[in-house]
Design a protein around this ligand. Structure first.
Ligand SMILES: NC(=O)c1ccc[n+]([C@@H]2O[C@H](COP(=O)([O-])OP(=O)(O)OC[C@H]3O[C@@H](n4cnc5c(N)ncnc54)[C@H](OP(=O)(O)O)[C@@H]3O)[C@@H](O)[C@H]2O)c1
Length: 243
C-alpha cells in the first residue's frame, strides 16, 4: 500500500498520537480531521491549512452520523479511515468519584463512533481503487488492566469488531487493519507508566505498518504480550493486572 496522494480521514487528529499521524502524513496526502472544537484544533487549522476539518464530538451519535453524511456529500471517494480518537477514564468502580455517566460516553467515543464511521463512510471507501480502515487499538484489548475497565472493554470490543468487519470486507477493495499500541507518551497517559514510547515514534511505526499492509500491527511490548497471552494466559493476566 502506498501512502501518497491518498485522501485520509483521521479522528482526533488535533492532539496526541492523532496529531503526530497528521504531521507525518500531511506533506504527501490530503487529510481530513474529525475532531471536537479545541484550542489544539484552532492551532492545527492555522499551522496546517490544507487540512479539511469536520468538527464533531464523537460522544454524540447524531453528530457522528451527520459528520459521515457531510463527508460523503463533499468527497467522491476516501482512501483511508483512521479511527484514532478515544478517551480513557481511570477511576475504579468502587471510587467515590466514579462517574456513572462516563460509561456511556467512553463506549460511544471508543467503540460506537468507529463502528458508525466505518458504516457511514463505506460508500466513499468502496469508490477508492484500494482503501484501508485502521482502528487504533491497545495491548489492553488483549489483556485488561485493573483500572479503566470500560476502556479495556471498548478496546476488546473494537478488536472483535475489526476482525468481523475484516471478514465482511475480505472480497472488496477495503482492507481492515488494527494497530496494537503499548504505553505512549500522550495526554492519555500523563503522570503514569514508565518506558513510554514517544508519540512521533509510535506514529512512524504505525505508518510503516500500514505500508507493509499486514494486520495486526503490534508495536513495542505488545509484540511480547500477544504470545504470552496466547501461550501463558495466567502470566499475561498477572503482568497486566497492575499495568
Ligand atoms: N497513549 C497510550 O498509551 C495508548 C496506548 C494504547 C492505545 N492508545 C490509543 O491511541 C489512540 C490515541 O490516543 P492518545 O494516546 O493520542 O490519547 P490523547 O492524547 O488523549 O488523544 C485522544 C484523542 O481523541 C480525541 N477525543 C477524545 N474524546 C473525543 C470526543 N468526544 N470527540 C472527538 N474527539 C475526541 C481527543 O481530542 P481532544 O484533543 O479534543 O481531547 C484527542 O485528539 C487512542 O485510540 C488510544 O486508545 C493509546
Amino acid at each position: 500500500m502506498q501512502l501518497v496522494n491518498n485522501r485520509i480521514i483521521i479522528t482526533g487528529g488535533a492532539s496526541g498520537l492523532g496529531l503526530e499521524l497528521v504531521r507525518q502524513l500531511y506533506d504527501n496526502n490530503e487529510l481530513i480531521v474529525v475532531a471536537r472544537p479545541s484550542s489544539g484544533l484552532e492551532t492545527l487549522r492555522k499551522t496546517l491549512p490544507k487540512i479539511a476539518v469536520f468538527e464533531t464530538d464523537l460522544a454524540f451519535g447524531d453528530q457522528v452520523t451527520a459528520c459521515a453524511a457531510a463527508i460523503l456529500e463533499r468527497y467522491d471517494h476516501i482512501d483511508g479511515l483512521i479511527n484514532n480518537a478515544a478517551v480513557q477514564h481511570t477511576p475504579a468502580f468502587l471510587d467515590v468519584d466514579f462517574s456513572y455517566e462516563s460509561i456511556a460516553s467512553e463506549v460511544a467515543v471508543n467503540l460506537t463512533s468507529p463502528c458508525q464511521l466505518c458504516a457511514g463512510l463505506l460508500p466513499a471507501l468502496k469508490r477508492a481503487p484500494e482503501a484501508f480502515i485502521l482502528n487504533i487499538n491497545s495491548g489492553l484489548a488483549l489483556v485488561p488492566k485493573t483500572s479503566s475497565a470500560v476502556y479495556c472493554a471498548t478496546k476488546g470490543g473494537l478488536n472483535i469488531f475489526s476482525q468481523s468487519l475484516s471478514h465482511q470486507l475480505e472480497n472488496t477493495n477495503i482492507k481492515v487493519m488494527q494497530v496494537f499500541l503499548p504505553l505512549v507518551d500522550t495526554a492519555m497517559t500523563k503522570g503514569r507508566g514508565s518506558g513510554k514510547l514517544q508519540a512521533d515514534d509510535a506514529a512512524c511505526r504505525i505508518i510503516d505498518g500500514i505500508l507493509r499492509g499486514k494486520s495486526p500491527i503490534d508495536i513495542g511490548r505488545v509484540k511480547l504480550l500477544r504470545p504470552i497471552a496466547r501461550f501463558l494466559p495466567p502470566l499475561a493476566r498477572k503482568i497486566m493486572k497492575s499495568a
